[in-house]
Design a protein around this ligand. Structure first.
Ligand SMILES: Nc1nc2c(ncn2[C@@H]2O[C@H](COP(=O)(O)OP(=O)(O)OP(=O)(O)O)[C@@H](O)[C@H]2O)c(=O)[nH]1
Ligand SMILES: [Mg+2]
Length: 581
């Protein structure tokens, strides 16, 4: 038997929370890769944020060994994230594998990401093993979901029924993987071709490329080249994932592992690039690079400002550090007359934005304000703006269907399909992606008494009827409050915003006139009469120190005012306008 015949490279793919990382735990246990007493739940979720949130945000490879019919197999498993924001991690993973376990939660059925990942795996020609998980749960709908998988194109006989929690049928699944997933078929005597499917930055080692060796082999001291940018270097270490990095002699054809090559700048190690051996004569014509990946496109943009202006440089450094390991994050500097210097930061979605904000706070101790969320618009001409649409699935108990429909209609949803499953309905809509930053998830939850849930995948771009809404105080535009809104909602949004601002602003010694304009026409107006605030008014008699204290705190309060031209806004009022969206 050839060495490659004993290798299986496979991924676990599924919708969020369907049990991928828990299934990985069972595999680690069965193969004795991790001792049972050392195995924490969702062991492959090693980073702190994953652990705290109980959600996978990064792909995670691990090498395991398993003996079947007296053959010792090398199993390279890659656990993937299920959340749509990180689906680009899944497509990268799949390009490094020959097979995938398509895991479906028997209590949930096929959901948006199940479909999306299935399609990618199919396109890449991977062998898929359909698996129903969580069969131990009392509300598992084994028959209904089996039928869903059959309707999807699988044979009933090939579906496995497991519980990743109890371990039921998991060893059988592992054996099925060995039997069904093809072994790699690289050319051993050929020049090295290794696909970079991920790259991380390590303070001590520099850039570490996660690779799948397609042809040839690589060892420490080899002179290698990154094909796309022609960077030449020497490998200082090669190794495998245990899941921790473990140095090995070499990486051979068909294997998954890592390569360290003394590179400090992560941009030189592009994910999707091919690593080859340097100094081959006629390099470009002799080596065919492996098909790469599309770079992920940021979908949601926020203004990110430090609450304390002195933190600006620290924020810039911190964003720089984060992008070393999170290449999907993009940022450019921007300036607001009211918030000072900050950045316009592009994220893959709202979860990604939330995670980055949390990291900036926890790892870099930054107190930040995120403003003006905006989706990625496409301006095709002066007049024409296109916006991203999604295919949204809303799940709710049948009794709430009417409520869900009302919300989706208000959010410009176009009903495409509706299905009933035992007391539950699934409504499919085409809807602007921007509804996510306009509170869609919260509204669905609230009209379904918390029982409703949604998932989505991006579809295409459609023309959007958008207008610019500005807010002015005493004719001074407040830049951070400007936004693009739908034309048919503009007046309503303008009025609500003007009123809210009136409620959050303090009275001043001068009259304040709030105006909301749409394409420079005034559509809403509010007024706050002048008022002289006397903090001592409520005090009778005179304890001097207490009076001083009050005056002092008023002075401090004043310091927090943001003064620009004639407008004076308390930081608190401005923050409340921005954050409570
Ligand atoms: N009862 C039961 N619970 C399970 C089973 N498999 C997973 N779970 C639970 O389902 C939840 C989600 O499991 P994870 O393994 O984190 O799911 P995941 O697919 O890795 O989630 P993401 O990576 O965030 O997409 C956890 O609370 C698990 O304990 C199972 O077979 N039975
Ligand atoms: Mg997981």
């Amino acid at each position: 038997m050839n060495k490659q015949d004993l290798i299986r490279n496979f991924a676990i793919i599924a919708h969020v929370d369907h049990g991928k990382s828990t299934l990985s735990d069972r595999f680690l246990e069965i193969t004795k890769t991790i001792a049972k007493d050392k195995l924490q739940e969702q062991f492959l979720d090693q980073n702190i944020i994953s652990r705290r949130r109980g959600i996978t945000i990064k792909l995670a490879p691990v090498r395991m060994n398993y003996t079947l019919d007296a053959n010792n197999y090398m199993l390279n498993l890659i656990d993937t994230p299920g959340h749509v924001d990180f689906s680009y991690e899944v497509s990268r993973t799949l390009a490094a594998c020959e097979g995938a376990v398509l895991l479906v939660d028997a209590t949930q059925g096929i959901q948006a990401q199940t479909v999306a990942h299935y399609q990618v795996a199919k396109k890449l020609g991977l062998t898929m093993i359909p698996v129903l998980n969580k069969i131990d749960m009392p509300n598992a709908q084994v028959e209904v979901v089996t039928k869903e998988l059959v309707d999807f194109g699988f044979n009933k006989e090939e579906i496995l029924f497991i519980s990743a929690k109890t371990g039921e049928n998991v060893e059988k699944l592992l054996q099925e993987i060995i039997k069904k997933v093809p072994s790699p078929r690289g050319i051993e005597r050929s020049q090295l071709r290794a696909l970079i499917f991920d790259a991380v930055y390590d303070e001590y080692r520099g850039v570490i490329a996660y690779v799948r060796v397609m042809d040839g082999k690589v060892k420490k001291g080899d002179k290698i080249q990154f094909y796309q940018n022609g960077v030449n270097t020497e490998t200082t270490e090669v190794g495998v994932f245990t899941p921790f990095l473990k140095e090995t002699e070499e990486l051979e054809t068909g294997e998954i592992g890592y390569i360290v090559g003394g590179i400090k700048d992560i941009r030189q190690c592009r994910v999707g690039d091919t690593i080859t051996i340097s100094n081959i004569k006629d390099q470009k014509s002799k080596i065919t690079p492996l098909p790469g990946y599309k770079t992920p496109q940021p979908m949601v943009f926020f203004g990110v400002y430090p609450k304390d202006a002195n933190d600006f440089a620290h924020l810039r450094d911190s964003l720089g550090k984060l992008t070393l390991n999170d290449t999907a994050l993009t940022y450019t500097e921007e300036y607001s007359a009211y918030l000072g210097s900050g950045f316009r930061v592009g994220f893959l979605g709202l979860l990604h934005a939330d995670i980055v904000k949390e990291r900036l706070k926890q790892e870099f101790d930054l107190d930040l304000l995120l403003t003006m969320p905006q989706v990625l618009y496409e301006k095709r001409s002066e007049e024409e703006i296109y916006e991203p649409y999604m295919l949204l699935n809303a799940y709710a108990p049948s009794a709430y269907v009417g409520n869900v429909m009302a919300v989706c209609q208000k959010k410009k949803g176009n009903l495409i399909d509706m299905k009933y499953h035992e007391g539950y309905a699934v409504l499919s809509y085409e809807m602007p992606y921007s509804m996510f930053i306009r509170g869609l998830a919260g509204e669905i939850k609230s009209v379904t008494a918390g029982f409703g849930s949604i998932d989505y995948e991006l579809s295409d771009y459609k023309k959007a009827d958008l207008v610019k809404l500005d807010i002015l105080i005493n004719t001074n535009p407040i830049d951070v409050l400007s936004e693009l809104v739908y034309k048919d909602e503009a007046v309503y949004v303008a009025r609500a915003k003007a009123l809210k601002l009136k409620e959050s602003l303090d009275r001043q010694q001068f009259r304040q006139i709030i105006q909301a304009t749409v394409n420079n026409n005034i559509v809403a107006r509010e007024e706050i009469p002048p008022f002289r605030k006397d903090v001592l008014a409520k005090m009778s008699g005179g304890d001097r120190t207490r009076k001083d204290k009050l005056l002092e705190s008023q002075k401090k309060g004043k310091k927090k005012m943001i003064q620009t031209g004639k407008v004076s806004l308390s930081q608190q009022a401005l923050f409340s306008m921005i954050t409570e969206k």
